[in-house]
Design a protein around this ligand. Structure first.
Ligand SMILES: Cc1ncc(C[n+]2csc(CCOP(=O)(O)OP(=O)(O)O)c2C)c(N)n1
Length: 283
């Protein structure tokens, strides 16, 4: 763990707010996917506050980069990033999973500005991202398509159909990333349906493959910038993250894929989040 530099301090500050919101809103809803949401908080903050070319005041701006959340169950971190980016009020986050709320357990594109497609059924988002990338490529548009997938999700056959298609079509405007936390709903991915050697598999499908620590903001920024330079292949970034990061009791424990924290769990989680940020130099 290294101390943060000044130029990324505001991004790091937002990632802390997003993490605290994720814990509070899932606790309030008494259900939701906390482990993946916390682990992905750094990546989502970088996306919405550095990498994506987007305009919250004009969510349908034609030149916007598109972001597809294929692993729709991590909606809490997505909602929190969208709210802090001003797509809708932060106060609305507490309506997560309530009746008639715009913030359902999985994202609904018909209701919520900033959401490109409704997701939650694993394996489908990458195919949609491929279609968007092909259409942009044919129309010679300059925007990019970003897509998030889970590592457990990568056991879906449709992911590899999309992988083959994007590699064949040389969709260099497609930047996908995998939340490589080694955890899925029932345990470790390598025990359930082994993914390794994962980088070699994506390479074999003609993808540009990068890897980085998905819980290090500077590394995440650099890796997305590197991905943007690719001119002939789609890019897959393997982001190594920890389930529930930085909450120690969630690390590597598949129960925290989708269990809401109780009052005591919340206290410890918030304390450990505060400690982590003060250790890396944020007050
Ligand atoms: C087609 C489909 N099958 C099953 C599910 C239920 N489900 C939601 S998340 C999940 C596990 C996904 O694992 P991973 O992608 O590694 O996510 P993480 O645990 O890291 O958040 C499952 C089986 C679903 N949403 N869609």
């Amino acid at each position: 763990m290294h101390k943060i530099e000044n130029k990324i301090k505001n991004i790091v500050e937002i990632s802390k707010k997003i993490r605290i919101d994720v814990v509070k809103i899932i606790h309030n809803a008494k259900s939701g996917h906390i482990g993946g949401s916390l682990g992905l908080a750094d990546i989502f903050t970088v996306l919405y506050f550095h990498t994506l070319n987007h305009d919250p005041n004009n969510p349908n701006w034609e030149k916007r980069d598109r972001f597809i959340l294929s692993n729709g169950h991590v909606a809490p971190v997505y909602y929190s990033a969208l709210a802090h980016a001003k797509y809708f009020p932060v106060s609305e986050l507490l309506s997560l999973r309530k009746l008639n709320s715009r913030l359902q357990g999985h994202p609904n594109a018909l209701d919520l500005p900033g959401v490109e497609i409704s997701t939650g059924s694993l394996g489908q988002g990458l195919g949609v991202a491929c279609g968007m990338a092909l259409s942009a490529q044919k129309d010679r548009k300059t925007h990019r398509i970003y897509c998030s997938i889970g590592d457990g999700e990568s056991q879906e056959g449709s992911i590899w159909e999309s992988a083959m298609f994007a590699g064949h079509r040389e969709l260099s405007n497609l930047i996908a990333f995998t939340d490589r936390n080694f955890i899925q709903i029932d345990g470790n991915t390598e025990d359930i349906n082994k993914l390794e050697p994962l980088a070699d598999k994506w390479r074999a499908f003609n993808w540009n493959v990068l890897s980085a620590n998905g819980n290090d903001i500077q590394e995440i920024i650099n890796t997305f910038e590197q991905a943007k330079l690719e001119k002939t292949k789609p890019t897959m970034i393997l982001f190594y993250t920890k389930l529930g990061f930085p909450v120690s009791y969630m690390d590597g424990v598949s129960k925290w894929h989708g269990t809401a924290p109780n009052d005591e769990d919340v206290k410890i989680a918030i304390k450990e989040i505060e400690e982590y940020y003060s250790k890396i130099g944020l007050s």
